[in-house]
Design a protein around this ligand. Structure first.
Ligand code: KG4
Length: 380
């Protein structure tokens, strides 16, 4: 079975094509990623210090068809056609894409030029995420499903992140597990009874951890996305000139929830209080920001793993690219810790494809009625 997946929940436009030899048992040897392409908008959003939804939607519209062509080509599935366009179908598609005019024009040209590829299913992220962005990907998936007459599947973005660890040759994940999904839009601790059965046991009450990295990076004059840059500055830090000490929000509380907005405010106040700053300040502050976020994430994840008798810990989401986070979690537990290969830690469509193939929660969608949901829960 070959599955084409589309992911546009935030600021990355991503398309993947996976061939699954066995769709019953998830194992690295049972599938092959034929194409995994991502078009990042990071530079564009850098000016705003975070993702600007209307701009992200515009970029998804522009990026999707060129990325689709490149993905099909990479997977050796792109073939030209001499067949006439089915204008009746095109008219229907036009209606569905009335808010995506640029995408519609590109799609029409694409359908005119290329034959139906040999794929069996189309999967798309239907939430959670930024609504205008989710709609753009979903609308394209619906149009392709209708025009090509290929079944359409809906995937939860957070479940995708849980599946991302399987995109490497790993040992079997033992369940129950505790998953920490931590990105620019989400910070959740999820009890995974088994694949497909989830319970959210903790989550952020305000900003996500990635958002905190991004916003504090901006205060320090660093570009977006801030997480990797804070990590880099923290690694370079050798001084202790400013003696900075930030809080570890909610660390002592008995629940598994988080709060990161106060941390951002603390960084802002500290920065304002200093008239002159130098590179030492940026490095020391970066180090303290990273330590504070990681201390809290590690403490709560390990606590949840112990309290729920987990047999493994699963990490996912953009922040799971942080080497110190992985190291700290591993240092504080005897359990096996699973995390995605670096290129699959952030948003990508291969994780969407895997979840579509292997999760019992994957929804068969009706192309006509399919709609994303920006606040979709993993256990919905
Ligand atoms: O999952 P993702 O690609 O997109 C969504 O937010 O959905 O995550 C992006 C987030 C950004 O906030 C970025 O700053 C953060 O992941 N991030 C990191 C690192 N790499 C990316 N945070 C800390 N350390 C990193 N190495």
């Amino acid at each position: 079975m070959i599955i084409l997946s589309i992911e546009t929940s935030c600021d990355d436009t991503a398309i993947s094509i996976i061939e699954a030899k066995n769709s019953k048992k998830i194992d690295f040897n049972n599938f092959e990623v034929l194409a995994n392409l991502i078009s990042s908008q990071a530079e564009l959003h850098s000016e705003y210090g975070g993702v600007f939804p209307a701009l992200a939607k515009r970029e998804h519209q522009k990026n999707l068809i060129p990325l689709l062509i490149r993905s099909l080509k990479k997977a050796n599935l792109l073939k030209e056609t001499k067949k006439e366009l089915d204008n009746k179908k095109i008219l229907k598609i036009k209606k569905g894409l009335e808010k995506n005019e640029v995408l519609f024009q590109d799609l029409k040209e694409f359908l005119k030029k290329y034959a139906i590829p040999e794929i069996n299913k189309i999967a798309v992220t239907i939430g959670p995420g930024l609504e205008p962005c989710l709609y753009t990907g979903t609308n394209l998936a619906r149009a392709l499903s209708f025009y090509w007459d290929i079944p359409l599947l809906g995937v939860n973005h957070l479940e995708g992140h849980i599946f991302s660890s399987y995109l490497a040759p790993i040992e079997k994940i033992e369940f129950p597990a505790i998953a920490l999904i931590v990105s620019g839009g989400n910070t959740q601790i999820i009890y995974v009874k088994k694949i497909g059965e989830y319970k959210i046991v903790g989550e952020t009450r305000d900003d996500a951890a990635g958002e905190c990295f991004d916003k504090t990076a901006r205060i320090l004059g660093l570009a977006y996305p801030g997480g990797p840059l804070i990590a880099k500055k923290a690694k370079e830090c050798k001084s202790n000139k400013y003696d900075i000490s930030l809080p570890r929000p909610m660390m002592k509380e008995k629940n598994y929830d988080f709060s990161f907005s106060g941390l951002k405010t603390a960084v802002l106040y500290d920065r304002k209080k200093r008239k002159e700053i130098d590179e030492n300040y940026v490095q020391e502050m970066a180090c303290e920001i990273e330590s504070s976020i990681i201390d809290v994430l590690t403490h709560k994840t390990i606590k949840a793993a112990n309290d729920f008798n987990a047999r493994s810990i699963i990490l996912g989401g953009g922040v799971s690219a942080n080497k110190k986070l992985i190291k700290e979690i591993k240092k504080n537990t005897k359990l096996k810790v699973f995390y995605p290969p670096l290129k699959f830690s952030g948003d990508n469509a291969s994780m969407t494809g895997l979840a579509a193939i292997y999760s019992p929660n994957t929804k068969n969608l009706n192309w006509l009625k399919a709609k994303p949901k920006s606040n979709l829960k993993i256990n919905e």
